[in-house]
Design a protein around this ligand. Structure first.
Ligand code: SF4
Length: 406
């Protein structure tokens, strides 16, 4: 297939495909799917070998958010019966983080619901990071606290944060249909603040909100241009009690095509299968490992994933290996770029602007119409079946008396 030969050759050289080529990946048929996965797999192995980076989520503050992101179970007015609690104490968060690291996680992701942190919140997170790094100085810490004000990114960097997550989530054109309380430009600004302060930018998307193929390609190219070092690909978890509860638009095959498109556009960037992995890829998860080089271990912010040991078994059975603490995630040339940005020498690739997008992590849900009603029809092959039996609200780990899943 000419398309896949072209994409493989470009990916092996670290070149970005055209927008038309990216759209063509999303338009491939199920008969072509294994060829698509194989082509993306060659690019993945070129830059990341058979390593899988494990990341561990600690939800520092859950629910009760004043923002109205439609996809999020923690949003204003959410009826989802999730855990709701205020800030964990540093030692509580460190205990949860330790469980993830013991399970094989290289990066701990500290996430709090809310529009953005106060300066007091930055103090809390500073104390939490100190408690985590006291126990394990090598652990990478990514912080996700929403929109940043001036100087907060610098404070987080000085306190030991390695990265900041804020997802763009969807295209600029359709952002207003999923969130009214902040804008796409706000998100870009926060990613730029984080990147400008020398934090590695983690920014990704959510697929399955009724968006068009063009929206997906737009946001993925935007992430590339912003110089995101890691791109979490979330698949919408349609939580009961959120406006997108009935948006079951994804099939495992569609998810694999989306992952492959993200990989081709970001050949040498960490691509992470994030929230919704178990819900939407289901038994096809191991094929996703041939495309992505990173996953979350165990549970998500407000929903439960499969057992941490099952994640580890899956990685081993599929012929991959967990990336060690001493191993660099990004290829050397990307690390050079990141270091140059952190030393104030600029950001991204030559073609890139600073930053990436943001927002909170994979919390899965606005009173506004789903994107699908306004902008598109469900993609061909969409899953008409409601699979809300697959959505399991988190009842263990941070904020509970029960042990974390790691
Ligand atoms: S994604 Fe973040 S900002 Fe948006 S509603 Fe959820 S917790 Fe609040």
């Amino acid at each position: 297939m000419d398309l896949l030969d072209t994409l493989t050759a470009k990916g092996l050289r670290g070149e970005v495909p055209t927008r038309e080529e990216a759209l063509a990946v999303l338009a491939t048929t199920d008969d072509e799917l294994l060829d698509v996965v194989a082509a993306a797999g060659k690019v993945r192995r070129r830059w990341f070998g058979r390593r899988v980076k494990l990341n561990y989520l600690v939800n520092l503050k859950s629910g009760l958010c004043p923002e109205d992101c439609s996809y999020c179970s923690q949003r204003l007015g959410s009826k989802a019966e999730i855990l709701k609690y205020t800030w964990l104490k540093p030692d509580q968060a460190a205990d949860a983080a330790r469980a993830g690291v013991a399970g094989g996680a290289k990066r701990v992701c500290l996430v709090a619901s809310g529009r953005g942190p106060t300066d007091r919140d930055i103090d809390r997170v500073t104390d939490t990071m100190a408690a985590i790094k006291d126990a394990d100085p090598e652990v990478e810490i990514c912080v996700c606290l929403g929109l940043l004000s001036d100087n907060q990114a610098e404070r987080l960097k000085a306190a030991g944060a390695d990265a900041y997550n804020h997802n763009l989530n969807t295209s600029e054109n359709t952002y207003g249909a999923i969130t009214k309380t902040h804008t796409y430009a706000d998100r870009v600004d926060t990613v730029q603040k984080a990147h400008g302060a020398g934090l590695s930018a983690c920014s990704g998307l959510i697929a399955g909100m009724g968006e068009t193929d063009e929206d997906l390609v737009d946001v993925v190219f935007a992430l590339r241009e912003l110089g995101s070092d890691s791109v979490p690909v979330n698949f919408l978890i349609p939580f009961e009690g959120t406006p997108l509860a009935k948006e079951w638009n994804l099939t495992p095959q569609r998810c694999l095509r989306i992952l492959a498109m993200v990989r081709f556009v970001n050949p040498d960037t960490e691509v992470r299968i994030a929230g919704g992995r178990e819900v939407h890829l289901r038994t096809m998860q191991p094929l996703g490992l041939h495309i992505a080089n990173s996953i979350f271990l165990g549970d998500y912010l407000t929903s439960e994933g499969q057992a941490g040991q099952t994640d580890l078994d899956m990685i081993k059975d599929a012929g991959f290996e967990v990336e060690g603490a001493g191993e660099a995630t990004l290829p050397r040339h990307r690390a050079d770029v990141a270091e140059a940005a952190q030393s104030g020498g600029g950001c991204g690739t030559a073609a890139s602007a600073c930053g990436s997008g943001g927002g909170c992590g994979p919390c899965g849900g606005h009173e506004h119409a789903p994107l699908g009603e306004a902008t598109t029809v469900a993609p061909e092959g969409a899953n008409d079946e409601l699979r809300d039996d697959l959505v399991k609200v988190r009842r263990r780990g941070a904020g509970t008396e029960l042990a974390p899943n790691a």
